[in-house]
Design a protein around this ligand. Structure first.
Ligand code: IPD
Ligand code: CA
Ligand code: CA
Length: 271
Protein backbone atom coordinates (compact mmCIF):
# COMPACT_ATOMS: atom_id res chain seq x y z
CA UNK A 1 0.00 0.00 0.00
CA UNK A 2 1.23 3.51 -0.75
CA UNK A 3 2.34 5.15 2.49
CA UNK A 4 0.49 8.20 3.80
CA UNK A 5 -0.57 9.03 7.35
CA UNK A 6 -4.23 8.60 6.43
CA UNK A 7 -3.59 5.15 4.91
CA UNK A 8 -1.50 4.19 7.93
CA UNK A 9 -4.32 5.26 10.27
CA UNK A 10 -6.83 3.04 8.45
CA UNK A 11 -4.44 0.07 8.63
CA UNK A 12 -3.62 0.70 12.31
CA UNK A 13 -7.33 0.83 13.23
CA UNK A 14 -7.96 -2.39 11.31
CA UNK A 15 -5.05 -4.10 13.10
CA UNK A 16 -6.30 -2.89 16.50
CA UNK A 17 -9.85 -4.13 15.94
CA UNK A 18 -8.63 -7.52 14.65
CA UNK A 19 -6.35 -7.92 17.66
CA UNK A 20 -9.20 -6.87 19.95
CA UNK A 21 -11.37 -9.60 18.47
CA UNK A 22 -8.65 -12.16 19.28
CA UNK A 23 -8.41 -10.91 22.88
CA UNK A 24 -12.17 -11.11 23.21
CA UNK A 25 -12.32 -14.65 21.79
CA UNK A 26 -9.50 -15.92 24.03
CA UNK A 27 -10.67 -14.20 27.23
CA UNK A 28 -11.90 -17.36 28.97
CA UNK A 29 -9.31 -19.80 27.62
CA UNK A 30 -5.94 -17.99 27.42
CA UNK A 31 -3.10 -19.66 29.29
CA UNK A 32 -0.98 -17.49 31.58
CA UNK A 33 2.67 -17.46 32.63
CA UNK A 34 4.95 -15.06 34.52
CA UNK A 35 7.69 -13.48 32.39
CA UNK A 36 9.06 -11.69 35.48
CA UNK A 37 7.96 -11.31 39.11
CA UNK A 38 4.20 -10.49 39.03
CA UNK A 39 4.60 -9.65 35.30
CA UNK A 40 2.07 -11.75 33.38
CA UNK A 41 1.81 -12.72 29.73
CA UNK A 42 -0.82 -14.92 28.06
CA UNK A 43 -1.02 -16.69 24.74
CA UNK A 44 -3.62 -14.05 23.80
CA UNK A 45 -0.89 -11.34 24.06
CA UNK A 46 1.21 -13.37 21.63
CA UNK A 47 -1.63 -14.16 19.19
CA UNK A 48 -2.81 -10.53 19.14
CA UNK A 49 0.73 -9.25 18.50
CA UNK A 50 1.22 -11.71 15.60
CA UNK A 51 -1.98 -10.48 13.98
CA UNK A 52 -1.01 -6.81 14.37
CA UNK A 53 2.50 -7.39 13.01
CA UNK A 54 1.13 -9.26 10.02
CA UNK A 55 -1.47 -6.58 9.17
CA UNK A 56 0.99 -3.68 9.54
CA UNK A 57 3.94 -5.24 7.71
CA UNK A 58 1.78 -6.63 4.90
CA UNK A 59 0.62 -3.05 4.23
CA UNK A 60 4.03 -1.42 4.82
CA UNK A 61 6.80 -4.04 4.39
CA UNK A 62 9.69 -1.55 4.80
CA UNK A 63 8.53 -0.35 8.24
CA UNK A 64 10.11 -1.48 11.52
CA UNK A 65 7.97 -3.30 14.11
CA UNK A 66 8.58 -3.16 17.87
CA UNK A 67 6.08 -5.13 19.95
CA UNK A 68 6.20 -5.75 23.69
CA UNK A 69 6.31 -9.48 23.11
CA UNK A 70 9.16 -9.30 20.54
CA UNK A 71 11.61 -9.63 23.45
CA UNK A 72 13.59 -6.59 22.29
CA UNK A 73 16.01 -5.01 24.78
CA UNK A 74 15.63 -1.23 24.78
CA UNK A 75 18.64 0.99 25.54
CA UNK A 76 18.49 4.24 27.53
CA UNK A 77 17.02 6.06 24.53
CA UNK A 78 14.84 3.17 23.45
CA UNK A 79 16.76 2.30 20.31
CA UNK A 80 20.46 1.68 19.86
CA UNK A 81 21.37 4.89 18.00
CA UNK A 82 21.46 8.49 19.27
CA UNK A 83 18.20 10.48 19.47
CA UNK A 84 19.49 13.24 17.14
CA UNK A 85 20.01 10.83 14.24
CA UNK A 86 16.74 9.01 14.69
CA UNK A 87 14.35 11.68 13.34
CA UNK A 88 15.34 10.62 9.80
CA UNK A 89 15.16 6.96 10.80
CA UNK A 90 12.64 4.39 9.62
CA UNK A 91 8.91 4.56 10.28
CA UNK A 92 8.52 2.35 13.35
CA UNK A 93 5.36 0.76 14.73
CA UNK A 94 5.44 0.58 18.54
CA UNK A 95 2.84 -1.89 19.73
CA UNK A 96 1.42 -3.26 22.96
CA UNK A 97 -0.96 -6.03 21.86
CA UNK A 98 -2.54 -6.17 25.31
CA UNK A 99 -2.06 -3.34 27.80
CA UNK A 100 -3.58 -4.41 31.10
CA UNK A 101 -2.70 -8.10 31.04
CA UNK A 102 -3.31 -8.47 34.80
CA UNK A 103 -6.88 -7.20 34.32
CA UNK A 104 -7.31 -9.53 31.33
CA UNK A 105 -6.18 -12.54 33.34
CA UNK A 106 -8.72 -11.74 36.05
CA UNK A 107 -11.41 -10.88 33.47
CA UNK A 108 -11.60 -7.30 34.69
CA UNK A 109 -12.84 -5.14 31.82
CA UNK A 110 -10.02 -2.61 31.53
CA UNK A 111 -7.46 -3.56 28.90
CA UNK A 112 -6.64 -2.40 25.40
CA UNK A 113 -4.62 -2.79 22.22
CA UNK A 114 -2.14 0.06 21.67
CA UNK A 115 -0.58 0.84 18.27
CA UNK A 116 1.60 3.85 17.44
CA UNK A 117 3.55 4.96 14.40
CA UNK A 118 6.75 6.66 15.45
CA UNK A 119 9.73 8.26 13.75
CA UNK A 120 12.60 9.15 16.06
CA UNK A 121 11.03 10.79 19.10
CA UNK A 122 7.89 11.86 17.27
CA UNK A 123 4.63 9.90 17.40
CA UNK A 124 2.58 10.49 14.23
CA UNK A 125 -0.35 8.11 14.74
CA UNK A 126 -1.88 6.64 17.90
CA UNK A 127 -4.66 4.06 18.11
CA UNK A 128 -5.96 2.50 21.34
CA UNK A 129 -8.80 -0.02 21.21
CA UNK A 130 -10.80 -1.40 24.14
CA UNK A 131 -12.51 -4.55 22.81
CA UNK A 132 -14.95 -4.84 25.73
CA UNK A 133 -16.42 -1.34 25.49
CA UNK A 134 -15.63 -1.23 21.75
CA UNK A 135 -14.07 2.20 22.20
CA UNK A 136 -11.55 3.13 19.54
CA UNK A 137 -9.42 6.17 20.45
CA UNK A 138 -7.20 7.61 17.75
CA UNK A 139 -5.11 10.62 16.78
CA UNK A 140 -2.95 11.83 13.93
CA UNK A 141 -0.34 14.48 14.81
CA UNK A 142 -1.80 17.96 14.27
CA UNK A 143 -5.32 16.71 13.55
CA UNK A 144 -6.86 16.30 17.04
CA UNK A 145 -8.03 13.17 18.83
CA UNK A 146 -11.27 11.24 18.58
CA UNK A 147 -13.26 8.44 20.16
CA UNK A 148 -15.26 6.31 17.72
CA UNK A 149 -15.15 9.22 15.25
CA UNK A 150 -16.22 12.01 17.64
CA UNK A 151 -13.68 14.64 18.73
CA UNK A 152 -12.52 14.47 22.36
CA UNK A 153 -11.00 17.13 24.65
CA UNK A 154 -9.32 17.04 28.05
CA UNK A 155 -11.45 18.41 30.91
CA UNK A 156 -9.52 21.63 31.61
CA UNK A 157 -9.77 20.89 35.37
CA UNK A 158 -7.41 23.20 37.29
CA UNK A 159 -8.01 22.43 41.00
CA UNK A 160 -6.65 19.43 42.90
CA UNK A 161 -9.83 19.19 44.97
CA UNK A 162 -11.85 18.67 41.76
CA UNK A 163 -9.41 16.26 40.14
CA UNK A 164 -10.01 12.56 39.46
CA UNK A 165 -6.46 11.19 39.20
CA UNK A 166 -5.05 7.83 38.12
CA UNK A 167 -1.65 6.22 38.61
CA UNK A 168 0.19 3.21 37.20
CA UNK A 169 2.45 1.14 39.39
CA UNK A 170 5.03 -1.17 37.81
CA UNK A 171 4.31 -4.92 38.13
CA UNK A 172 6.57 -5.20 41.19
CA UNK A 173 6.21 -2.39 43.72
CA UNK A 174 7.51 -2.12 47.30
CA UNK A 175 6.43 0.04 50.22
CA UNK A 176 9.54 2.22 49.76
CA UNK A 177 8.97 2.63 45.98
CA UNK A 178 8.51 6.33 45.07
CA UNK A 179 5.01 5.64 43.75
CA UNK A 180 3.75 4.77 47.23
CA UNK A 181 4.57 8.12 48.84
CA UNK A 182 3.39 9.95 45.72
CA UNK A 183 0.13 7.99 45.91
CA UNK A 184 -0.45 9.04 49.55
CA UNK A 185 0.24 12.72 48.76
CA UNK A 186 -2.14 12.77 45.79
CA UNK A 187 -4.74 10.75 47.73
CA UNK A 188 -4.87 13.50 50.37
CA UNK A 189 -5.04 16.40 47.93
CA UNK A 190 -7.15 15.20 44.99
CA UNK A 191 -10.91 14.55 44.86
CA UNK A 192 -10.20 10.85 44.32
CA UNK A 193 -7.59 8.47 42.95
CA UNK A 194 -7.74 5.31 40.82
CA UNK A 195 -5.32 2.58 39.74
CA UNK A 196 -7.18 1.17 36.74
CA UNK A 197 -4.50 -1.15 35.28
CA UNK A 198 -3.95 0.05 31.71
CA UNK A 199 -1.55 2.91 31.05
CA UNK A 200 -2.83 3.29 27.47
CA UNK A 201 -6.46 3.66 28.61
CA UNK A 202 -5.49 6.03 31.43
CA UNK A 203 -3.95 8.40 28.87
CA UNK A 204 -7.06 8.09 26.66
CA UNK A 205 -9.31 8.78 29.65
CA UNK A 206 -7.42 12.02 30.36
CA UNK A 207 -7.89 12.81 26.65
CA UNK A 208 -11.63 12.19 26.93
CA UNK A 209 -12.06 14.22 30.15
CA UNK A 210 -12.90 11.16 32.28
CA UNK A 211 -9.72 11.57 34.29
CA UNK A 212 -8.11 14.93 35.06
CA UNK A 213 -4.56 13.71 35.69
CA UNK A 214 -2.46 10.58 35.36
CA UNK A 215 1.13 9.80 36.32
CA UNK A 216 3.56 6.88 36.21
CA UNK A 217 7.24 6.42 36.99
CA UNK A 218 8.31 3.37 35.04
CA UNK A 219 6.47 2.81 31.77
CA UNK A 220 7.70 1.25 28.53
CA UNK A 221 7.41 2.89 25.07
CA UNK A 222 4.64 0.49 23.98
CA UNK A 223 2.55 1.37 27.07
CA UNK A 224 2.47 5.07 26.21
CA UNK A 225 3.32 5.74 22.56
CA UNK A 226 -0.25 5.79 21.21
CA UNK A 227 -1.86 7.30 24.32
CA UNK A 228 0.76 10.07 24.50
CA UNK A 229 -0.24 11.41 21.10
CA UNK A 230 -3.97 10.98 21.79
CA UNK A 231 -3.77 12.89 25.08
CA UNK A 232 -1.69 15.73 23.60
CA UNK A 233 -3.95 16.05 20.59
CA UNK A 234 -6.91 16.31 22.99
CA UNK A 235 -5.32 19.41 24.54
CA UNK A 236 -3.85 17.90 27.71
CA UNK A 237 -0.37 18.77 28.98
CA UNK A 238 2.21 16.00 28.84
CA UNK A 239 5.60 16.06 30.61
CA UNK A 240 7.88 14.12 32.90
CA UNK A 241 7.18 14.31 36.63
CA UNK A 242 9.12 17.60 36.91
CA UNK A 243 7.16 19.30 34.13
CA UNK A 244 9.93 18.96 31.53
CA UNK A 245 9.46 17.65 28.02
CA UNK A 246 9.50 13.87 27.73
CA UNK A 247 9.56 11.25 24.98
CA UNK A 248 8.06 7.79 24.70
CA UNK A 249 11.53 6.32 25.26
CA UNK A 250 11.62 7.59 28.87
CA UNK A 251 9.66 5.93 31.66
CA UNK A 252 8.17 8.94 33.51
CA UNK A 253 4.86 10.44 32.50
CA UNK A 254 2.51 13.11 33.81
CA UNK A 255 -0.59 13.91 31.74
CA UNK A 256 -2.89 16.63 33.08
CA UNK A 257 -5.92 18.56 31.93
CA UNK A 258 -4.42 22.05 32.39
CA UNK A 259 -1.13 23.87 33.09
CA UNK A 260 -2.43 24.94 36.53
CA UNK A 261 -3.13 21.31 37.45
CA UNK A 262 0.31 20.30 36.15
CA UNK A 263 1.98 22.63 38.70
CA UNK A 264 -0.26 21.36 41.52
CA UNK A 265 0.40 17.72 40.60
CA UNK A 266 4.19 18.31 40.50
CA UNK A 267 4.00 19.85 44.00
CA UNK A 268 1.85 17.00 45.27
CA UNK A 269 4.13 14.34 43.78
CA UNK A 270 7.13 16.04 45.43
CA UNK A 271 9.34 15.50 42.36
C1 IPD B 1 1.13 -2.64 32.31
C2 IPD B 1 -0.05 -1.71 32.42
C3 IPD B 1 -0.16 -1.20 33.84
C4 IPD B 1 1.14 -0.54 34.32
C5 IPD B 1 2.32 -1.47 34.13
C6 IPD B 1 2.41 -1.97 32.69
P1 IPD B 1 0.99 -4.69 30.56
O1 IPD B 1 1.26 -3.12 30.98
O2 IPD B 1 0.08 -0.59 31.56
O3 IPD B 1 -1.18 -0.23 33.93
O4 IPD B 1 0.99 -0.25 35.67
O5 IPD B 1 3.50 -0.77 34.45
O6 IPD B 1 3.47 -2.88 32.59
O7 IPD B 1 2.09 -5.50 31.20
O8 IPD B 1 -0.36 -5.05 31.07
O9 IPD B 1 1.11 -4.62 29.09
CA1 CA C 1 1.67 -2.42 28.68
CA1 CA D 1 1.30 -5.78 27.22
Amino acid sequence: MEFSLSNALVVAKDAAVRAGRILDEMLLTASVREKGPKDLVTDADIAAQKEIESVLLTAFPDHVFIGEESGLELGAHGLADEPSTREEGPWTWVVDPLDGTANYVHRLPNFAVSIALVRGDTVWIGVVYDPISRELFSAVRGEGADLNGAAIRASGCHRMEDAMVAVSFPPEVHRDSPEVEQFLNVLEQSQSIRRLGSAALNLCYVAAGRLDAYWANRLKPWDVAAGALIVEEAGAVLSNLCGDQTTIWRGEYLAVASLELQQLMIQALGT
